[in-house]
Design a protein. Structure first.
Ligand code: NAP
Length: 251
């Protein structure tokens, strides 16, 4: 049974992946949807004209990795596509506000993504694809979202690393680096209305991001940055002095 496993499928960009997937990967027969909220997952499953299994798991928790490992062992899926989309980002300096928020970004964006990938890879056939949702925040450190931008630098570097490791198995890995999108993320992260940079930057359309990311995965592209504006920003971030970039990209 060819399966797509999508984390963070209950909202925002994750839901757009669900809408874009059937036409991009028509041979996928079953969808495995993961996030914390079962009801939202069941609602999201209605978007997909194929069989869905929902797994309400908190990917910051070690016990969730044990559960996922057991489900994989039980159902023995052939994971043609893995989309690691669950993620969170909170505005605020390190050393201020609640510790739990800083740690949550590390636990979900780094630990959760790493664990799900590690568990899924043994079930992936040749021709499989991994899509990891990173961010333009991975291009250089963003003060006031330092942990978030560092976590997304990890996601991009991790994706490039596994892409190299998995070449011998015919599996591709793509890091997707969108700019801001108008989803729950910017509300729950305390960003909306509290960041001049977010107010100024052009927003990406999540539907276009999802569609473009799946096309990039099929091409085996290692990094996909939507829109010309953010492609240009990526090049500038590579060439400009780090100090200058950090000043310009302070959240
Ligand atoms: N929006 C932006 O401006 C922006 C820009 C660049 C990159 N991104 C990245 O895009 C990805 C999707 O974000 P989004 O904008 O669609 O945000 P969103 O609407 O807040 O969606 C986040 C998803 O992650 C799930 N999630 C949150 N905590 C979780 C946990 N502990 N365990 C499992 N799942 C969890 C949420 O579901 P539950 O609440 O049901 O768990 C939800 O499905 C993230 O990786 C984010 O970093 C976002």
């Amino acid at each position: 049974m060819k399966v797509a496993l999508i984390t963070g499928a209950s909202a925002g960009l994750g839901k757009e992946f669900l809408k874009a997937l059937p036409s991009a990967f028509p041979d996928i027969e079953e969808y495995w949807l993961i996030s914390r909220n079962r009801d939202k997952l069941l609602e999201a499953a209605r978007l997909v004209p194929k069989q869905c299994r929902v797994f309400p798991l908190d990917l910051t928790k070690d016990e969730s990795y044990d559960k996922l490992s057991r489900y994989l062992g039980e159902f023995q899926p052939e994971i043609s596509l893995l989309v690691n989309n669950s993620g969170c980002g909170f505005l605020g300096d390190v050393g201020e506000g609640e510790l739990s928020r800083q740690v949550q970004m590390v636990d979900l964006n780094l630990k959760g993504l790493t664990a799900v990938t590690h568990l899924a890879i043994p079930y992936m056939p040749a021709g499989g694809h991994i899509v990891n949702i990173s961010s333009i925040a991975s291009f250089c450190p963003n003060a006031r979202m330092t942990v978030y931008s560092a976590s997304k630098s990890y996601v991009t570097a991790f994706t490039l690393g596994i892409g190299e490791e998995l070449k011998k198995r015919g599996i591709t890995a793509t890091a997707v680096c969108p700019g801001p999108m108008d989803t729950d993320f910017i509300v729950s992260g305390g960003i909306k209305g509290h960041s001049k940079t977010f107010d100024l930057l052009p927003y990406c359309d999540p539907a276009k991001v999802a569609k473009g990311a799946l096309e990039a995965a099929k091409r085996g592209q290692s990094v996909y940055t939507p829109t010309l504006f953010y492609k240009f920003y990526r090049v500038v971030a590579k060439l400009a002095p780090a100090k200058l970039m950090m000043k310009a990209s302070k959240t």
